[in-house]
Design a protein around this ligand. Structure first.
Ligand code: FAD
Length: 438
């Protein structure tokens, strides 16, 4: 089934369903949840039914709270239903960024929390029977000597200071698993892995609803009233609550300007190749791991349940996909796997990644009863579950973990909402040049 169409990343007035992707095509969507009508009161109201909102809702409902979740589009419509599916321990920034910002002890604690997040992800998949094609194993692969040196030093650092086992594979060892000659070796992480992102979002939503969460789709929050009883307003209703949580990622559009100025929405893209057949797919990635290279504008890929190669890469700084996206993605795939020269992309789609300036997670409170989590910086598949638990326990009165995250300093992007994008384009050109030269 060929579907090379890509739509703009932003919702269109007539958008009622999921953007065309292999994920949407391979996972039937549950029936839509009714939109919000009338005025309601609850314990906690959450904006956004991506992994962050769903995980927070699930953790709170399991702790006995009444929770209402308002989603502008559909469950998992945002980054959570479109991403690369690579579930990786750690955060969007390197640990040394956290060491510099908070000191070694706090950086260690934050890393241990991220390991908890990975355990939670696996545990939820098992406990709620979420059929999302989980596979173990992730490799970071260096393209040049600088990247190899950094990975090898990172393995030693993580073993000595974080007690975290990563393996170095030389070129020959990697070649046993990955049929590409492009890389100098790999840093292999057995604890990370990959999954079907939209199936995972649907599974979280099913578990949340079973625990009592009320989810309203097609219910964009157009105004958030702050105060002792924060209230979320939609066109046809409102929900007041004792606590509110903002989990809207890159689409907030004026709901919380102090959050929006601290993330940059960067459009990134993924293609799904035509089916390769089982034997040919297995020959590409024998151990079925996920792979990401070390460039800033990186390639990342893995196999699908129906033996396609899901290949991510490319970035853009507007809501429109880059020109000739499908052919550009196909060329990138062929550069890594020249043996796929006869294979094209059946699907190409994109979404916004919420990048913070230091790429560290941006989680905390805006007021004593208004919580948020954003700034996952392309590293949210596992970390969003952790964010949900950390916010839920803070609402229940245990805020030690959230307080540590809230100590990470975050600066707004220079240029405000209008100028931040051109400034990022300039910065990205530098990073691409650096990838090419070093
Ligand atoms: C192409 C792509 C590839 C990626 N690859 C990876 C990867 O391989 N590994 C990884 O770890 N991470 C990856 N990420 C990042 C990861 O997907 C995100 O960090 C994660 O999904 C964020 O979840 P979220 O719930 O915070 O945001 P989202 O999933 O974007 O959910 C936010 C939701 O809020 C809703 N919303 C916004 N405003 C309103 C409003 N006013 N009213 C009501 N609802 C509203 C939106 O409609 C949306 O559904 C990728 C992201 C993209 C786009």
């Amino acid at each position: 089934m060929a579907n090379r169409q890509t739509t703009t990343l932003d919702p269109q007035p007539a958008t009622v369903d999921y953007p065309a992707s292999w994920y949407a095509a391979s996972e039937p969507a549950p029936p839509p949840q009714a939109g919000l009508r009338g005025a309601h009161h609850t314990d906690v109201c959450i904006l956004g039914a991506g992994y962050t909102g769903l995980s927070t809702a699930l953790a709170l409902a399991e702790a006995g709270y009444r929770v209402t979740l308002l989603e502008a589009q559909r469950i998992g419509w945002g980054a959570s239903g479109r991403n690369g599916g690579q579930a990786i321990v750690g955060y969007g920034c390197e640990q040394d960024t956290l060491e510099t910002l908070l000191g070694a002890d706090d950086a260690r604690q934050l890393f241990d929390f991220s390991r908890d997040g990975m355990r939670l992800l696996r545990e939820r998949i098992a406990r709620h029977g979420i059929a999302c094609d989980w596979r173990d194993g992730h490799a970071h692969v260096p393209l040049n000597q600088r990247q190899e040196r950094a990975l090898r030093a990172g393995i030693v650092h993580m073993a000595e200071h974080y007690d975290y086992p990563l393996q170095w594979w030389d070129r020959d060892r990697l070649r046993q698993e990955l049929a590409s000659d492009r890389y100098r070796g790999a840093m292999f992480d057995a604890a990370s892995g990959h999954l079907h992102p939209l199936a995972y979002a649907f599974g979280l939503a099913r578990a949340a609803r079973a625990a009592g969460v009320r989810i309203h789709e097609h219910s964009p929050v157009i105004r958030l009233e702050r105060g002792t009883r924060p209230t979320m307003h939609t066109a046809d209703g409102s929900v007041s609550a004792d606590f509110a949580v903002i989990a809207g990622n890159a689409w907030l559009r004026g709901i919380a300007p102090e959050l929006e100025s601290r993330i940059m929405p960067v459009g990134t893209y993924i293609g799904a190749s035509a089916p390769l057949g089982e034997a040919r797919a297995r020959a590409l990635i024998r151990n079925d791991m996920a792979v990401a290279d070390c460039n800033w504008a990186l390639d990342y890929y893995r196999l699908s349940r129906d033996h396609r190669l899901l290949f991510g890469g490319r970035a853009s700084y507007s809501a429109l996909p880059p020109p000739r996206l499908a052919s550009a993605m196909t060329r990138r795939m062929h550069a890594v796997f020249p043996q796929l020269r006869d294979i094209a992309m059946d699907y190409v789609w994109g979404g916004y990644v919420d990048i913070s300036r230091n790429r560290a997670p941006h989680w905390g409170r805006l007021t004593p009863n208004l919580y948020f989590a954003q700034g996952f910086s392309g590293h949210g598949v596992a970390a969003t579950g952790l964010a949900g638990s950390v916010i839920a326990e803070a609402i229940a009165g245990q805020s030690q973990r959230l307080d540590l995250f809230a100590r990470i300093p975050h600066q707004p992007f220079p240029g405000g909402r209008l100028l931040r994008t051109p400034l990022l384009v300039a910065a990205m050109s530098w990073y691409r040049l650096r990838d090419a030269l070093w």
